[in-house]
Ligand binder design. Structure first.
Ligand SMILES: Cc1cc2nc3c(=O)[nH]c(=O)nc-3n(C[C@H](O)[C@H](O)[C@H](O)COP(=O)(O)O)c2cc1C
Length: 183
């Protein structure tokens, strides 16, 4: 039975950690995006693609376009990793913008996982971006201190870590199910 393939891109490590856990729990092949070969996808019984969300944008989305033909004809799940709560509509909006038309038609299952941020490890550009987010959030909270969503956003500058292996259970279930169904 061909194995499922877990493909991931990760800038700071939390998406990689999730991908490793899912591969461990399912026996799937684990492939980091920069080493991805077409054959890793073509030989897979199912493909899960894990990518972080940065600045409301799905990173590594170009790979979706590049491999849309294989992804559209193989059981394929898309997984976002971000700091925002998993029911944040921005997550689905980022996916809608990232999916090429062929994959939007397929309407793949989507899983959301929560990541982490360590301000001491951010690169210069990301530090500046987060400073801007912080300034905007502080202003917004001053204007409307009762807005819960804004108060939630007002945590920039504080390290956070929501990475939790238990939250991969639905994704692990999906990968297992599609490995078993493989011819
Ligand atoms: C510059 C920057 C922008 C970010 N923007 C978002 C965002 O719009 N939505 C979100 O949910 N998380 C956002 N995050 C949090 C990342 O998604 C989170 O740190 C994630 O765990 C990163 O994945 P990685 O560790 O695999 O690189 C942002 C992080 C950085 C550094």
């Amino acid at each position: 039975m061909p194995a499922a393939t877990i493909v991931y891109g990760s800038r700071y490590g939390s998406t990689e950690q999730y991908a490793r856990w899912v591969a461990e729990d399912t026996g799937a092949r684990l492939v980091e995006l920069s080493t991805l070969q077409r054959s890793d996808l073509e030989s897979a019984s199912a493909i899960a693609f894990l990518s972080p969300i940065l600045a409301a944008t799905l990173m590594y989305r170009k790979a979706l376009k590049r491999h849309a033909d294989v992804l559209a004809t193989t059981p394929f799940a898309l997984v976002t990793v971000g700091l925002s709560p998993c029911d944040d509509p921005d997550r689905d909006n980022a996916i809608s913008r990232a999916l090429p038309p062929t994959l939007a038609d397929v309407d793949p299952p989507v899983f959301h996982l929560r990541g982490a941020i360590d301000y001491g490890r951010l690169g210069f550009v990301h530090r500046m971006m987060m400073r801007l987010v912080d300034t905007q959030a502080r202003r917004a909270v001053r204007r409307n201190p009762t807005d819960e969503a804004l108060t939630r956003a007002h945590v920039a500058g504080v390290d956070q870590d929501f990475v939790d292996r238990a939250t991969t259970a639905p994704l692990v279930g999906w990968v297992r199910q599609h490995s078993e169904l493989a011819p």
